[in-house]
Ligand binder design. Structure first.
Ligand code: URA
Length: 436
C-alpha cells in the first residue's frame, strides 16, 4: 500500500492492512517516508487511533527496523519497563535480584525525560561507570553476571528514533498508540521472553489519572502480547516520590541502603518485589506470586542481589570495591540545606511533578538535550504523605551546587508540600494488575 493511501485510510478511520503498517515503519527508518508523511501519519494516528492489529504491526515493524537481539542462555530473558516517575530507582534493585534468582536481564534503559529521572543517569553517578557498551560486551556481561543496565546501541529500533523526533515537533507525542509502539519497539528488540510494565499514575507520573493509566496499560499489554512477548502490567501510585530521595547519586545511595538492610515495608522495595513476582509467574519460573515474592526478598536479604549489583558496576567500569566503599565513591554536593515545613499537621499531598522539576533545575536533569547533569544534586529525607510534622521541621534536605540554587529549591519543595490538619488516608501502592 502506498504511504499516501495508508495515511488516508487511517485519517478516514478505515481498517489498515498489517503489512502496510510494518512497511511504513521500515520506510520511516530508511527514509522512504518523508518527514511530511511521517508527521501526517502521526497526526492521523493521534486523531483516529489504531486497531490492536494495526498497533501490533506498527510495533513489530519498528522493532524490526534495526537489530533484534537473540539470546542463547540457560534461563529466561526477562525485563521490566516503567513509564517514569520520581524517586523511581526500582531498576537498580530489580535487575540484580533477577540475576541472583538465575534469570537474565538485559535492561536497555533511558535517561531522564521531562520531570522524571532516568536509570542511566542514576547509574552513571557512580564514578567511572559508563552505560554505553557494544552488543558483544552486553552479551558477555549478561551471560556472566546475569544483568546489565545499558543504553540503546546505535541500531536499535531506528524507526522510533526518527518518529519520536517528528512527534516531538508535530504535537503528536500524546498518542497512546504511538507511545505504545515507541516503548515496546525498543524493549522487544532486546529479544525478551517476558516483560512486566510499571505504569505509574499520579502527580509525579505522565499519566495523572487512573483512567489514563489503564488506557495506556491495556494498550501496552495487548500490543506486547500480540507481538509475541508475554507481558503484564502493574498500575502503581506515583502521587509521591517512590523513594525517600530524588536525584542521581542520592537514589543510588537509597538502593545501597536497601541492599544493606532491606525493608520489605518500604514503598521502593515493596513495588520492586511486586513487579518481580508478577514477572516470574508470567515467565513460568514460579507458580505463585507469594512464593516468587519471598524468593526475591530472600536474595535481597542474603546479599546475593548486592553481589550481582557489585559485579555489574565493575563490569561497566565502576569501582571494584563499590559495595564496600560506596559512601566514599558517590559524589556529594557542597551545599546541604533543610526544607522547613511551613505548617503543623500531616503531609496531605506532594506535587510529584514539582519535586521532579526541582531536581532538574538543581542540575540533576536536563533542560535542553545534551545538557551535562550534576550527579550529586537532589533531594533526600523526603517526608512521605501522611507523616506528622511541626512547622520548622524538615520535610526534605536539598543537595545543591551553591546556595542560590539551594534556596530556590527550598521554596519549590515548600510549595510542592501541602501540610494540613485533615486526616490522611493512605492509598494503595498497586492500584491494578493487567494480565495477558
Ligand atoms: N517513552 C518512549 O520511549 N516513547 C514515548 O513515546 C514515551 C515515553
Amino acid at each position: 500500500m502506498d504511504v499516501r493511501d495508508l495515511i488516508i485510510a487511517i485519517r478516514d478511520g478505515r481498517t489498515v492492512p498489517a503489512d502496510a503498517m510494518r512497511d511504513v515503519a521500515g520506510g520511516i527508518a530508511d527514509g522512504r517516508v518523508t518527514d511530511a508523511q511521517a508527521g501526517a501519519f502521526a497526526m492521523a494516528t493521534l486523531l483516529k487511533g489504531l486497531s490492536t492489529e494495526a498497533r501490533v504491526a506498527l510495533t513489530e515493524g519498528m522493532r524490526d527496523s534495526g537489530d533484534v537481539m537473540r539470546w542463547d542462555l540457560p534461563g529466561p530473558v526477562l525485563d521490566k519497563h516503567s513509564t517514569g516517575g520520581i524517586g523511581d530507582c526500582v531498576s537498580l534493585l530489580l535487575a540484580p535480584i533477577l540475576a541472583a534468582l538465575g534469570v537474565f536481564n538485559p535492561m536497555i534503559s533511558g535517561r531522564g525525560l521531562g520531570h522524571t529521572g532516568g536509570t542511566l543517569d542514576k547509574l552513571e553517578a557512580i564514578p567511572g561507570l559508563r552505560t554505553v557498551v557494544d552488543e558483544t560486551r552486553l552479551h558477555e556481561i549478561v551471560r556472566q553476571t546475569g544483568c546489565a543496565i545499558v543504553s540503546a546501541t546505535g541500531n536499535l529500533a531506528p524507526a522510533d528514533r526518527r518518529l519520536y523526533a517528528i512527534r516531538d515537533v508535530t504535537g503528536t507525542v500524546e498518542s497512546v498508540d504511538l507511545i505504545t509502539a515507541s516503548i515496546l519497539s525498543k524493549k522487544l528488540a532486546a529479544g525478551l521472553d517476558a516483560l512486566v510494565l510499571d505504569v505509574k499514575v499520579g502527580t509525579g507520573a505522565f499519566m495523572e489519572t487512573p483512567e489514563d493509566a489503564r488506557v495506556l496499560a491495556r494498550s501496552l499489554v495487548s500490543t506486547a502480547n500480540g507481538a509475541g512477548c508475554a507481558t503484564s502490567a502493574l498500575i502503581t501510585d506515583m502521587n509521591e516520590p517512590l523513594a525517600s530521595a530524588a536525584g542521581n547519586a542520592v537514589e543510588v545511595a537509597v538502593c545501597m541502603d536497601a541492599f544493606e538492610s532491606p525493608d520489605p515495608e518500604s514503598r521502593l522495595v515493596s513495588v520492586t518485589l511486586d513487579l518481580i513476582a508478577d514477572l516470574l509467574v508470567l515467565a513460568g519460573v514460579y507458580e505463585h506470586v507469594d512464593v516468587a515474592r519471598a524468593a526475591a526478598f530472600q536474595v535481597l536479604q542474603d546479599g546475593s542481589a548486592a553481589d550481582r549489583f557489585g559485579r555489574m558496576v565493575s563490569d561497566l567500569g565502576g569501582p571494584r570495591d563499590f559495595m564496600e566503599s560506596w559512601r566514599t565513591h558517590l559524589p556529594r554536593s557542597p551545599v546541604r540545606v533543610d526544607v522547613p515545613s511551613v505548617a503543623d499537621g500531616r503531609v496531605q499531598s506532594i506535587n510529584g511533578r514539582a519535586i521532579g522539576n526541582t531536581v532538574v533545575r538543581l542540575g540533576g536533569g536536563r533542560l535542553r538535550d545534551g545538557d551535562q547533569i550534576d550527579p550529586a544534586v537532589g533531594l533526600t529525607e523526603l517526608v512521605p504523605i501522611g507523616a506528622s510534622v511541626s512547622a520548622g521541621d524538615p520535610v526534605a534536605v536539598v543537595h545543591a551546587a551553591n546556595y542560590d540554587a539551594a534556596h530556590l529549591a527550598v521554596d519549590a519543595v515548600q510549595a510542592a508540600y501541602r501540610v494540613g490538619s485533615e486526616p490522611v488516608e493512605q492509598g494503595a501502592l498497586v492500584l491494578d494488575r493487567l494480565r495477558p
